[in-house]
Design a protein around this ligand. Structure first.
Ligand SMILES: [Zn+2]
Length: 220
């Protein structure tokens, strides 16, 4: 991330998104061969709050498998009761919502406003780590985060916006079909990288088998 000398090694993505063995109902180890990259003090210690925020947003996302739900019900709720002030700040504009499925089924849930600057920055840091891990060189250009996991709820054009976002999301996931997938704990996290000759890179990440986020590393 910077030019400071590395003093430690940092997990990418952060270790806290991988369930601990004690929280896995079947005792599965989801922390096999986690990826680590060199990090300076500042980037390692400053990151922990953002890592926790990312863990919270991912674990409360709509998509994702049962391991995501278990993670929410165990580690995230534990952290919540330990640090209620921190976690209540994570849920800005918390409101009840009703989800209607195509078959007509209704589910009561809740929405909160995601701090995009924080969310995007956490994902950019993961992308930089994976980029370094793959190519052994630092990414020093710009970035853009794409995901169809976040929805517009209160803007006047929310329906149209969400349709565009969903379509882009489907195209991105098609583009990555058949690409090599990395990550040893595939129920929790996998990634792929596509690079072109113009030093542009797309890093596709899949969390909990359902949450898809792509970070474009490009010189904007
Ligand atoms: Zn640094």
């Amino acid at each position: 991330m910077c030019d400071a000398p590395s003093t430690s090694r940092e997990h990418v993505p952060p270790k806290c998104i991988f369930p601990e063995k004690k929280d896995s109902p079947k005792g599965v180890d989801f922390r096999k061969n986690l990826i680590k990259v060199p990090s300076c003090d500042r980037h390692n210690s400053h990151k922990s709050k953002d890592d926790e925020y990312l863990m919270f947003v991912l674990a409360s996302a709509f998509r994702g498998n049962e391991h995501k739900s278990n993670h929410f019900a165990s580690k995230v709720l534990r952290a919540f009761s330990r640090k209620p002030h921190v976690y209540s700040h994570f849920m800005v504009s918390l409101s009840p919502i009703m989800l209607r499925y195509p078959d007509g089924k209704i589910e009561h849930s809740a929405s909160f406003k995601v701090d995009l600057r924080r969310f995007n920055n956490a994902l950019f840091q993961i992308a930089c780590g994976l980029f370094y891990y793959q190519y052994r060189t630092k990414w020093q250009g710009g970035y853009k985060v794409l995901t169809n996991e976040l929805l517009a709820l209160d803007s006047p054009n929310a329906v149209q916006t969400n349709e565009v976002v969903q379509r882009v999301g489907e195209k991105v996931s098609k583009a990555f079909e058949g690409q090599d997938r990395y990550g040893e704990n595939d129920k929790i996290f996998t990634y792929s990288i596509i690079s072109d000759q113009y030093d542009r890179h797309a890093i596709y990440m899949k969390f909990y088998e359902g949450i898809e986020i792509t970070v474009l590393l490009v010189n904007l």
